[in-house]
Ligand binder design. Structure first.
Ligand code: NOJ
Length: 525
């Protein structure tokens, strides 16, 4: 039998205009009935993903982990957690995905490990084995500096020495169970290289790099401007936790390895809004792609969305890399909810799907977006996100966008699992949103996505990488792909506007009398 690793990787720049689909592994499909999604569950649904038309998957972490942050706390980066399957299941998934024409990319979590990683247990047991992490003596009775954890509270936790006396503090930019690695340590670098090669040899086509703007820290760990807090995009305020210049050396290391495997790529999770600083991550010897989160951060407002698109295009052009668009992921509220929930939220999300899929470059869809799923308001007892607990319940965390996908039938778990319960409860009213129901309905959000992805892949109007903007009525915008001529018009105002001339390729909602209704987008040629 051919092993996954024997599958020839496509040497081209396949990722330049790819449609990626993020699989939040816990929530996509459960094959064994424990209520948590797994690798065999994904394999069972490859036919669906092929029908949807996506080119590649991004799988969130499935590595050995105590799951304090649902897998972003990795205890062994070169093994599969039994919750999700085993290495054979992974090989089967890669090989069958490739047979369906779908590439597989996986998460890489280099900023931190789990507190159950062998390096950290050694570090707790032996003060001489602490160099792979960031241990420092306290300042007076308190932590070494004023850094805060992204999940709330201090970014430092004090340890007790093996003899019970108070010891130093270790840094964790995220949960207390996610100690930050010391990237000055040669073993930390060598281990990352080993991990990259391990998965590349098993046939993966690329990586998504978690906290790609983290990892390197300034040597003297200076205090942050307390006003920087955890607000994304506050780069005018001094925040030494992220985007330290030393990070680029680490990305060069990653790139050197990937360049030995033709066709392999990396995309960085880079929460940096300054265009010039973001572009640095995309230099020719660094990452192939960088998420640009401006569309996630922008409200449903034509002027703000246009600014977000222009800024993303400018960054990409400066870096000579394709822009990378996304409307949501497992860390942010789903767009239906961000845009107001209910019918209006759904309409706006459908319109934004056309805005996004009409743009040049790379698109990352988040599983369930194609079904128009909203966030779920979960009861307190169901919440699992460490963010909720570290913020003392003030931040309800990210579970609401991670509820398992509804596949078929009229009752939870809607075919997600052969068992009866799911790791997060699924709302009864998702019966109307199942894949089964939507596949039968030509007007469903799933049908819209299928149609849009198909056109994006096959229609000549999508050629070229440049955009131009047309004048448009207040509250609207219109862009045109310079190469192929696709025109996309968004009406984010509250009145219908006349459609520009052209043949309609696809609309996010019904059009009548030559008018584009509010909260609607259209593609024309
Ligand atoms: C970003 C990931 O997307 C998020 O889910 C995780 O909690 C943090 N990084 C820490 O790894």
């Amino acid at each position: 039998m051919r092993r996954a690793g024997d599958t020839p990787r496509d040497a081209s720049d396949w990722w330049r205009d790819a449609t990626f689909y993020q699989v939040y592994v816990r929530s996509f499909a459960d094959s064994d009935g424990d209520g948590v999604g797994d690798l065999d569950g994904i394999r069972d649904r490859l036919g669906y993903l092929e029908l949807l038309g996506v080119d590649a998957l991004w799988l969130t972490p499935f590595f050995r982990s105590p799951m304090a942050d649902h897998g972003y706390d990795v205890a062994d980066p070169r093994d599969v957690d039994p919750l999700f399957g085993d290495l054979d299941a992974f090989d089967r998934l890669v090989s069958e995905a490739h047979a369906h024409g779908i590439k597989i990319t996986i998460d890489l979590v280099p900023n931190h490990t789990s507190d159950e990683h062998v390096w950290f247990t050694e570090a707790l047991a032996d003060p001489r084995a602490r160099d792979r992490y960031i241990f420092r003596p306290g300042r007076g009775d308190g932590p070494p500096n004023n850094w805060v954890s992204v999940f709330g509270g201090s970014a430092w936790t004090q340890v007790a020495e093996p003899d019970g006396t108070p010891g130093p503090w270790y840094l964790h930019l995220f949960d207390v169970r996610q100690p930050d690695l010391n990237w000055e340590h040669p073993e930390v670098r060598a281990d990352l290289e080993q991990t990259l090669r391990f998965w590349l040899a098993r046939g993966v086509d690329g990586f998504r790099i978690d906290v790609a703007h983290g990892m390197a820290k300034p040597a003297d760990l200076p205090d942050m401007d307390p006003r920087a807090g955890n607000t994304i995009g506050q780069h005018d305020l001094y925040d030494p936790r992220f985007d330290d210049d030393g990070v680029h050396d680490i990305h060069r290391l990653v790139r050197r390895v990937l360049d030995e495997y033709p066709g392999a790529m990396a995309v960085g999770e880079i929460w940096v809004t300054d265009n010039e600083r973001l572009a640095r991550y995309l230099r020719p010897d660094e990452l192939h792609l960088g998420f640009n989160f401006r569309l996630v951060l922008a409200p449903f407002d034509a002027a703000e969305l246009r600014t977000a698109i222009e800024a993303s295009l400018a960054t990409a052009a400066a870096a000579q890399a394709p822009p990378t668009w996304t409307l949501s992921n497992h860390d942010v509220a789903r767009e239906v909810t961000r845009y107001g929930d209910g019918h209006q939220g759904e309409q706006r999300a459908r319109a934004m799907a056309l805005v996004e899929l009409g743009l040049p470059g790379v698109v990352y869809l988040y599983n369930g977006e194609e079904l128009g799923l909203p966030n779920v308001a979960l009861p307190d007892w169901a919440i699992q996100d460490p963010k909720y607990f570290r913020s003392g319940g003030q931040d309800r965390g990210r579970d609401g966008c991670r509820v398992p996908l509804p596949w078929e039938g009229g009752e939870p778990p809607f075919g997600f699992s052969p068992g009866t319960s799911t790791w997060l409860p699924m709302p009864q009213d998702w019966a109307k949103l199942t894949v089964e129901r939507q596949l039968e309905d030509a007007d469903s959000t799933l049908s819209l996505y299928r149609h849009a992805i198909e056109l994006r892949k096959s229609h000549a109007a999508f050629a070229g990488t440049e955009l131009e903007w047309y004048g448009a009525p207040a509250g609207c915008f219109a862009y045109r792909r310079k190469g192929g001529g696709l025109v996309c018009v968004l009406n984010a105002s509250d009145t219908a506007v006349p459609l520009p001339p052209g043949e309609i390729l696809l609309a996010s909602d019904a059009l009548a009398d030559g008018m584009l209704p509010p909260d609607t987008a259209v593609w024309l040629v």
